[in-house]
Write a protein that binds this ligand. Structure first.
Ligand SMILES: Cc1cc2nc3c(=O)[nH]c(=O)nc-3n(C[C@H](O)[C@H](O)[C@H](O)COP(=O)(O)O)c2cc1C
Length: 396
């Protein structure tokens, strides 16, 4: 299966590259956009050629690279007219200044003027330039006109200084691009997502856990954010990068997750419990590391059933649960939907190829009180969108 996601598939992206040190990162940006099915056409400024070669960009995009305003006489009209979105990364202080004032003295600034769609911009520069009031005025002019800004970030800059000005990371630029291309059908929702495993400690160094990576929950959080929702992500231990723009609450044990859910629930309209909460925890936890003395018998006790507790509440949100089973135990999932008083349950058989823990894909069945829909094997990003589509339908 190709690594393509729905949002960027067959989208035509006009990528402006300007003369900043981070221009080399555009090669990775192009590669990842193409991996997701987008068609990328590059316009680079003359200054950008000091930092990255047109040939590298041509190879990465598998497309002609444009730069000279007078070499392709209609490019400043035809390229923007054929694009779904314009992304400028990196965006220099100079180009941002030109955009803000309608200066059109090169192919990129002229294309910006003739483009009618959304523009995502990733400013990158030294922190002194970024904090300069003249630059800020130009940036604000563009933001007030609806240009979408991503980054910059704080960190070590190419000049050796520390400060704000590093170009946003490539995944964040891609996420902002997807967001700009997505309809905000969840704009009125406050979505609480739980993700990842929990750890139930027997002593300060050992715990019981499970194979959950958090990928499904993080994909749900990103997709909900892209669709305009306010998102809170309560996550058990996971190595995944924290999605930008969500309220992120890291937790460890099932008990911590329960407390965090209770705290955040008050302001939530939808709860999506995709975390693989441990069902059992050691009945006793030793304050010190347990010595290695032959056999050790563990006595386990049930962890709190977060979902059932929430479902019993008076003003409960819309509840989505998951049923990860070994085998096609659909009837068990149907019963769980009913007994736990959920609105939607997402069933998956973790023993099926490409499905379940720590893989990029999932094959699920969505079950609610009205219908059951079996989805094909999809990327977790696409599964997340399908789950959110069903939530939107059910809440309409
Ligand atoms: C080594 C070097 C690095 C530069 N890096 C940046 C940068 O990161 N951001 C920026 O706004 N300008 C940077 N500049 C300045 C731009 O290259 C310069 O303003 C140029 O006119 C930008 O042209 P353009 O906006 O048409 O690409 C750098 C200049 C040099 C010499």
């Amino acid at each position: 299966m190709k690594n393509e996601r729905k949002v960027l598939r067959n989208k035509s992206i006009l990528l402006g590259i300007t003369g900043g040190v981070s221009a080399y990162k555009s090669i990775d940006l192009i590669r990842r956009l193409r991996e997701e099915g987008a068609l990328v056409t590059v316009i680079m400024t003359e200054a950008a050629k000091h930092f990255v070669t047109p040939l590298s960009l041509e190879v990465a995009s598998q497309n002609k690279v444009f730069s000279d305003l007078y070499a392709d006489t209609m490019a400043h009209i035809s390229l923007p007219a054929g694009a779904d979105i314009m992304v400028v990364a990196p965006a220099t202080a100079n180009t941002i200044g030109k955009f803000a004032h309608g200066i059109a003295d090169n192919l990129l600034s002229l294309s910006f003027l003739s483009f009618k769609g959304k523009v995502v911009m990733a400013p990158a520069m030294n922190w002194r330039m970024y904090e300069n009031p003249v630059f800020r005025k130009n940036l604000d002019t563009l933001l007030n006109l609806g240009v979408i800004q991503v980054g910059p970030e704080k960190g070590s800059l190419a000049c050796g200084e520390e400060g704000i000005g590093r170009m946003a990371e490539v995944p964040d630029i891609i996420e902002a691009t997807k967001g700009a291309l997505t309809i905000n059908d969840l704009a009125d929702e406050n979505i609480l997502v739980t993700a990842g495993p929990t750890r139930e400690y027997l002593d300060p160094v050992r715990f019981l856990s499970n194979r959950s990576s958090g990928k499904m929950g993080y994909a749900l959080a990103r997709a909900a954010l892209r669709r305009g929702a306010q998102v809170t992500l309560i996550s058990g231990p996971s190595s995944l990068p924290q999605p930008k723009g969500v309220k992120f609450i890291p937790v460890d044990a099932a008990g911590d997750m329960h407390s965090a859910v209770n705290r955040e629930l008050v302001s939530s309209t939808i709860l999506i419990m995709s975390a693989a909460v441990s069902d059992f925890m050691p009945a006793e936890k030793s304050g010190e590391k347990i010595d290695k003395t032959g056999k050790l018998f563990l006595k386990l006790t049930a962890t709190p059933d977060i979902l059932s507790a929430v479902a019993k509440k008076k003003n409960r949100p819309f509840i989505v649960g998951f049923a990860a089973e070994t085998g096609r135990k659909l009837e068990k999932a149907r019963k769980k939907l009913k007994h736990k008083n959920m609105d939607l349950i997402v069933f998956n058989d973790v023993t099926e190829a490409g499905s379940g823990f720590d893989v990029e894909t999932n094959k699920v069945v969505l079950i609610d009180k009205k219908k059951e829909s079996e989805l094909p094997l999809l990327n977790k990003d696409d599964v997340a969108d399908a789950i959110l589509d069903r939530i939107v339908e059910l809440r309409a």
